[in-house]
Design a protein around this ligand. Sequence first.
Ligand SMILES: Cc1cc2nc3c(=O)[nH]c(=O)nc-3n(C[C@H](O)[C@H](O)[C@H](O)COP(=O)(O)OP(=O)(O)OC[C@H]3O[C@@H](n4cnc5c(N)ncnc54)[C@H](O)[C@@H]3O)c2cc1C
Length: 485
Amino acid sequence: MEVGGVGTAGAELSDPRFEILVARLGADLVMGGPEIARYCRDWHGDVTTGAVAVIRPRTTADVSAAVKVIGELGLSIVPQGGNTGLVLGATPDDPAGQVVISLERMTAIRRLDADDFSAVVEAGIVLSEFKDKVEAAGLYFPLALGAQGSCRIGGNVSTNAGGINVLRYGMTRDLVLGLEVVLPDGSIFDGLSTLRKDNRGIDLKQLFIGAEGTLGIVTAVSVKLMPPAEQVATALLGLNALSDAIALYRRARRDCCDLMSAFEFMPPVAFTLAREAMPDLAMPMSGDYPAYVLMEISGSGLVDIEDLMQRFLQGVMEEGLVLDGVVAGSRAQARNLWLFREGMNEGQAKRGPHLRTDVSVPLSKLADFVRQAEEAVMAALPECLCVSYGHVGDGNVHLNVLPPAGLSRGEVDGIIYQAKGLINAVLARFGGSISAEHGIGRLKKTDFLSGLPETQAHLLSAIKRAVDPHIIMNPGCQLNFTTDS
Ligand SMILES: Cc1cc2nc3c(=O)[nH]c(=O)nc-3n(C[C@H](O)[C@H](O)[C@H](O)COP(=O)(O)OP(=O)(O)OC[C@H]3O[C@@H](n4cnc5c(N)ncnc54)[C@H](O)[C@@H]3O)c2cc1C
């Protein structure tokens, strides 16, 4: 795997294994040559690699046939959705031994049932397209993340994606009712039930949620749908400190109860970063504050959301917990506020390679964790910029470290490695998780394995070997399996 390079190993069209794949599966499904470069690059473009082929099935039967042939050829499989994962789970690491299976052509909504509040959808549909179609049917699918215009529902299931609405609706796991999965021997696990309650023993679908393609290929998903949020109130609030944001969150949980759907923390540099990516963004507030919260409450039916937001803000401003705030007066204004939150990600990417973390600690310890981790980084690497933000309501923070401009790639990698070690050491003291949302993939495998208790490692290995005895599925991801282990 080449880090920071330009495209290398495209599929060799003369590779006999490529020719067998084409002969057995048909040229329509099998892609090779330079065309596959985009499937072999991670989202940031930091890592470029290659594969024997990319297979793009149209049906579950196609996936099953492909898995069987790939197994017979002694190759392994890297499943891919929208390729927006940030931990290299969908990026091959053995160009001569791996085939990417992209679900991008399996996009049908098989059923959408307004009476059951459920849908059955194929794994390759882009999340935002699915949400739009659900909305057109008068319902709502609450999974919402910055990558929703590109990520696909099978990828969301396989990473157990979180996003901005977790505090109200839970992670993807909480939204899944059933799965259809092609197993490593090509057989099909048909668990596409839409039952809300089904307590017949061990819930097998849970094995595949968050498995990052290491146990099978998710081909379809049945999900819960919700009534649409007819009223949404979005506010950007200026505060004195992150600790006040946490106090505000506790207060909002009490005053706005289950109607709060998002509560994001941003530092002041968020606005600079967002405007580096989107220069036309108009500044929403005139003053500068040490900390910002982007908060949303939403509901439908007889509840008056606007009134609730006004009364809530009046109380917390009178108490001095919130120094200043703007409430969006329209959907367009609300969208503009969210663009700062989304744009700050792009702004960081524009500044070049940097350390991206996705950690969680108990909410009560979040402010102390961020302070101590930032202090540790600044003491050792004073020339760097720490950018801490995230889904505060879930105790989930992205504490990113941006090296100064003008360094070589080797120097940047050294800083990233050092900063990660410093942050992980503080995280361990707080009993936190190195992966709140993004999974393990290939990027976090070493850190994951070094902290994995023996009993847990044994259980995970036993499950992997029982489901995938020939180690065909995504061998470099999560655990340390290879095809010949
Ligand atoms: C700007 C941006 C913002 C983001 N924000 C969030 C956020 O708020 N919350 C969050 O949780 N994540 C976030 N992410 C990360 C990413 O979008 C999620 O992890 C998403 O769920 C990945 O979906 P995908 O379709 O792109 O999966 P991919 O990146 O293609 O794959 C991810 C993993 O799942 C496996 N996989 C993919 N499809 C299948 C399948 N059908 N069957 C079996 N295995 C499969 C892959 O092998 C890989 O291991 C963000 C990413 C970006 C770029």
